[in-house]
Design a protein around this ligand. Structure first.
Ligand code: FES
Ligand code: FES
Length: 239
C-alpha cells in the first residue's frame, strides 16, 4: 500500500494527517490540534521532561512491539508514521486513575502539578517494559524529569512502591531517620534549633535512628496489572 498521508494513533484514536507541517513538534500538535493539554511544555528544548509521552512501535529488526518514553517537544510530528502515542489522558482520569497516577496522588507527589504528567508518563513507559522494576530502573526512567516543588522524595515514594520487595509488600518504604539528640530548650538555651521545649515533635517518638515510619499507607491500592493495558493498534503493524 502506498501511503500519502501521515497515519498514527494517539490514545487509541486514529489520526490521518494530510497536511503535516514538518516544523510541527508532537507536543505542539497534541496541545494545539488535538487539545490534549495534559502534555505540558516547559523548556521546549528537551531539558525538563514535562512533555514526556510514550511512543509504541514495531521494532524494524526484531519486529516486536517496543514502548519508550520521549520528549514530545523534540519529536517532529513527521516521525510518527506507523507509531502509537500515549499521553497522560490515555491512561486514566480523575474518575478512574491509573495506578501510577493514584500512587502519585496518595504519596503527595504532585504540588503545582506542572511536572506531574511527564513523571507519570515516564514511569508508565517503564512499567510497560518492566512491570516489576528495580529502584535503579525507576531512577533511570525519571532522570530526564525535573520538579521544582516536591523535592522528589514523594515522587520516588510513589514510584518505588512498584518495585518488588523482599516480603512482597507494596508499601512505600518511606523512612524517617531521627537524630537521637533531644530537641527543645535546655538550661534556657534552644537545642537543635527548636524552641518548643518538651513539646518538640521530634522528642515524642522515633528516638531510635533505625525506626521506620510510613508516611503513606499504600496497602489498599490496587496492584498494577499489565494485562489490562491497551493493545498496539493492529492497523499500524506495518512491516
Ligand atoms: Fe521540557 Fe519538553 S518541554 S523537555
Ligand atoms: Fe510543581 Fe513538580 S509539582 S514542578
Amino acid at each position: 500500500k502506498e501511503w500519502t498521508t501521515l497515519l498514527f494513533y494517539v490514545n487509541g484514536r486514529r489520526i490521518e494527517e494530510k497536511k503535516a507541517d514538518p516544523k510541527t513538534t508532537l507536543a505542539t500538535y497534541l496541545r494545539d490540534y488535538l487539545h490534549l493539554t495534559g502534555t505540558k511544555i516547559g523548556c521546549n528544548e528537551g531539558g525538563c521532561g514535562a512533555c514526556t509521552v510514550m511512543i509504541s512501535e514495531i521494532h524494524p529488526l526484531t519486529e516486536k512491539i517496543v514502548h519508550y518514553s520521549a520528549n514530545a517537544c523534540l519529536m517532529p510530528l513527521c516521525m510518527l508514521f506507523g507509531k502509537a502515542v500515549t499521553t497522560v489522558e490515555g491512561i486514566g482520569n480523575v474518575k478512574k486513575m491509573h495506578p501510577v497516577q493514584e500512587r502519585m496522588a496518595l504519596c503527595h507527589g504532585s504540588q503545582c502539578g506542572f511536572c506531574t504528567p511527564g513523571f507519570v508518563m515516564a514511569m508508565y513507559s517503564l512499567l510497560r517494559n518492566h512491570p516489576k522494576p528495580t529502584k535503579e530502573q525507576v531512577d533511570e526512567s525519571i532522570q530526564g524529569n525535573l520538579c521544582r516543588c516536591t523535592g522528589y522524595r514523594p515522587i520516588l515514594d510513589a514510584f518505588y512502591s512498584f518495585c518488588s520487595t523482599d516480603n512482597g509488600s507494596k508499601s512505600s518504604d518511606v523512612e524517617i531517620r531521627v537524630n537521637d539528640q533531644l530537641h527543645g530548650v535546655e538550661n534556657g538555651r534552644i537545642v537543635n534549633g527548636c524552641g518548643m521545649g518538651d513539646k518538640c515533635c521530634k522528642n515524642k517518638k522515633n528516638q531510635d535512628e533505625n525506626t521506620k515510619t510510613q508516611l503513606t499507607d499504600l496497602s489498599k491500592v490496587k496492584d498494577y496489572d499489565e494485562t489490562q493495558e491497551p493493545i498496539f493498534p493492529p492497523e499500524v503493524q506495518i512491516k
